[in-house]
Design a protein around this ligand. Structure first.
Ligand code: F6P
Length: 361
């Protein structure tokens, strides 16, 4: 019998847990199907490798010793979904080339590890007739239909350590510290990092802020004898006026005023209104680096093993998900083109409000 040929790629921004998931899929496939009956083809740099036929046959030993490794052994790249069906100057029909590579490499299925953009392209390829299975990766935790994505909790741990460290220096200098946290358009990472790190004010895109209320929260702390304040600010957060604008208008106005991020403006405004010395901190890509946490290693292993079961069942057109307490899957077509935002009645938001954390609203 011909070997089952499984293509695997990682696409979009990296995060801790990609290698742990790749390992989980591979080891479970070898176990379920038999090492001699399965061939895993690693595709380099995400969809770029699929378009350009940059692939290599992997050995079982390639999947050993990578559980704890950050990044991705396959490499990754951003190949935006919106450009997938557009022929650019290089005259390459990307969708046709991806289908050709799949055919030439005699793949039985393709596993795509990625975030929202990756899921859109995965769904497109599935609609084009390829056997695709998705796996939900992102520090942003914003994929529809799964309560958690791998990479998120490690980023929360790293963010929390940043906030912890900022606490001591903020205290020594009696400063207001504004910490910008990644997360794209969703506030999950900032919310969890802020609560875990004991931030005093948390600003997320889902809850537009009023700068006067933010400043008031800082002043109330000062009146209560607290000489410093910590703000966890999502990179995508907006004030109430901005939240009513289209993104391009928001960005234009910010640029005209000399701020490309909300963080810098928030810090300047707090300093102007309250008179307190303020600093900004941007941990940026550090939130995505290094070894996955224990939680993410376990989640990645469970997700990977479930993907292998889907391969055995030949259940394609799905993406693995955590649904309630179980690991299951959702149809790619159901999750694509959606974003999982923090609901206003989220229990963590409520707990934060209950203990007096301000959301600036
Ligand atoms: O989607 C993950 C993420 O880290 C976002 O939180 C952030 O906005 C973006 O990627 C940064 O992208 P890049 O690595 O391309 O700078």
């Amino acid at each position: 019998m011909a070997k089952r040929r499984i293509g695997i790629l990682t696409s979009g921004g990296d995060c801790p847990g990609l290698n742990a998931t790749i390992r989980g899929v591979a080891k479970a496939c070898y176990n379920f199907i038999g090492e001699d009956k399965v061939e895993i083809i690693g595709i380099s740099d995400g969809f770029h490798g699929l378009i350009h036929n940059e692939c290599k046959e992997m050995k079982p030993s390639d999947f050993s010793g990578i559980l704890t490794q950050g990044g991705t052994i396959l490499g990754t790249r951003r190949t935006p979904y919106k450009m997938m069906q557009i022929i650019e100057d290089d005259n390459i029909d990307k969708v046709a080339e991806m289908k050709q590579t799949y055919k030439n490499r005699k793949l039985d299925c393709l596993l795509t590890l990625g975030g929202n953009g990756t899921h859109k392209t995965a769904n497109l390829l599935s609609e084009e007739g390829l056997n695709v299975i998705g796996l939900p990766k992102t520090i942003d935790n914003d994929i529809w239909g799964t309560s958690v994505t791998f990479g998120f909790h490690t980023a929360v741990d790293i963010g929390t350590e940043v906030v912890d460290r900022i606490h001591t220096t903020a205290n020594s200098h009696s400063r207001v510290m504004v910490i910008e946290i990644m997360g794209n358009k969703a506030g999950w990472l900032t919310l969890y990092t802020g609560v875990a790190g004991g931030a005093d004010i948390i600003l997320i895109p889902e809850i537009p802020y009023d700068i006067d209320k933010v400043a008031k929260a800082v002043e109330s702390r000062a009146k209560a004898g607290k000489s410093f304040s910590i703000l966890a600010v999502a990179e995508g957060c907006m004030d109430i006026e901005e939240s009513k604008m289209k993104k391009k208008d928001r960005m234009r106005i910010r640029n005209e005023n000399g701020y490309n991020t909300a963080t810098v403006r928030i810090a300047k405004d707090i300093e102007r209104i309250t008179g307190y010395e303020t600093r900004t901190v941007v941990p940026g890509h550090m939130l995505r680096g290094g070894s996955p946490s224990a939680y993410d290693r376990v989640l990645a292993t469970k997700f990977g093993a479930r993907a292998a079961e889907l391969i055995v069942e030949e259940k394609y057109g799905y993406t693995v998900a955590k649904i309630g307490t179980e690991i299951g899957e959702n149809k790619l077509s159901d999750v694509t083109m959606k974003t999982k935002f923090v609901p206003l009645d989220d229990k963590v938001v409520k707990a934060a409000r209950d203990i007096g954390i301000s959301f600036g609203d």
